[in-house]
Design a protein around this ligand. Sequence first.
Ligand code: F6P
Length: 463
Amino acid sequence: MVSEHAPSSTAQVLVASNRGPITYTLGEDGTLDAKRGGGGLVSGLSAVDDKLWVCAALGDGDREAVRRGVGEPGVRMLDIDAEVHADAYNGIANSVLWFVHHLLYQTPVEPVFDAEFRRQWASYETYNRAFARALAEEAGPGAAVLVQDYHLALVPGMLRELRPDLRIGHFSHTPWAPVDYFRLLPDDIGEQLLRGILGADRAAFLTRRWADAFISCCTEILGGTGRTRIGVHGLGADADFLRRRSQEADVDERMAALREQVGEGRKTIVRVDRTELSKNIVRGLHAYRTLLETHPEWRERVVHVAFAYPSRQDLAVYRDYTAAVQTLATEINGAYGTESWTPVLLHVNDDFARSLAAYRLADVALVNPIRDGMNLVAKEVPVVSDHGCALVLSREAGAYEELGEDAIVVNPYDVVGTAQALHEALSMSAEERTGRTKRLAEAATALPPQQWFLDQLEALRQE
Ligand code: F6P
C-alpha cells in the first residue's frame, strides 16, 4: 500500500460516477438548493448501508457546495478544475467515447484526432486520477469499489496501483463498440482505455452482446482480458417504485391534461427520451410522417406524444439535434394538422409526472435507438401501462435481448419498416396487447435495481 494514500476512512462499499445523486443550484441570494436525482444506480445503492458515493461537482452550485463544506453524508463531491472537467466530460467522454460506443460518427469527416484531442485526453487522465486518488483515500481495507461508465474508464487501473488490496469493479451502462469501430481511436488511446478497465477484478455490462464486444476488443488488441472477469447484469425497472409513483395525484392531473390535448377517442404513440443523438428521435418522426402518408386512415385518429428532454446542451451537435427535432415536429403539424388535430405533441421540458402519465395512457411506445446500453423506458412503459401497450423496439437496444419476443422489432435506420411497425402496433387487438404487456412487464422487472447492485457486489467479493 502506498502510504501517501493510506485509507482515512472505513467505507466498505464505494461507488464512483461522474454524475452523483445530488445537484446543488446557487440562487441569486447566495442560497444553495439541493435536488436529489433518480435512476437505477440511486435505487440500487439504497440496498447497502455503509457506503460512499464519489462523484464530480458538475456546475457552479456543486462547486460552491464543496467549497462551503455543504454535503450529504455518504457523498463526496470532487471539485475538479472546471476546464479540466469540461475537457474530460464534454470533450472526451461525450464527444469521443460516447460516439465510439454508439457508432455516431459521420466517418467521411470525423473523428479527427489532432493536437486538441491530445490536450483534452490529458485532462481526461487528470480527471480520472482525481477519482482514483479520492477513492484510494476513502476506501477501508479490502473494500469493494464499483466504478461506473466510460467517464471513468482509467480509474480501475489507476486505483489498482494505489490500493492493490481493494476489490474493484467497473460497470458500463453503454453499449461497447465492435472492434473495427473501436479501432477508430488512436492505438495508444484504445489500449489505455482497455487496460484501464482491465485494472478491475471484474468488468460488467448490461447485456451479453456488449460484454462480447469488449472481450473481442481485448482479445484482438491486447491478446485477452488477463485476470479480469467479465459479468453481465441486465438492470431492470423498479416496479414497486414505478407502480406507486404513477398512481399519485400529480400524475392523474397530467393524464387529464394530456387526454385533453390528444383528443377524445384517439390513439397515442408515446416516446420519452433525453434529446440524445443515439435515441433516433428524428427518424422516429420521419417514420410517423411515413405512417400518416402510407396509412391515411390513421390521420385524425392518432397523436404522436413525443417528450424529448434537453441533454448535453453544451455541445453544438446536441443543440442542432434538438433544433432538428423541433423543426420536423413543426413541419409534420403544418403538413397534416387540422383545426381539431395536432399530429405531434412535442414537449421539451422535463416533467417526470407527465412522463409517467404518458406511459400509463400509451397505446404504442416507440423506442427506436440507433444503439443503446439498455433503454429503461422500454422496460418502464409495460410496468405502468393502464390498458396494455404495444412496444415498437429497436433491435439495437440492450432491452431487445430481454423484451424482443413480445415487442414489434425494428431496424432503427429503416424508416419505412418502422412506419409499418407503428401501423401493426396501432392495429394490435386489445387481447394480444394485454398478453404481450404482461409478459413484457415480467421480463422488465426480473432484475430490480437493488438486486442488480447486490449481485455485482457479491460477485466482486467472491472472486
Ligand atoms: O444512459 C447511459 C449513461 O451512461 C448513464 O449511465 C449516465 O448516467 C448517462 O448515460 C450519462 O448522461 P449525462 O451525460 O447526462 O450524465
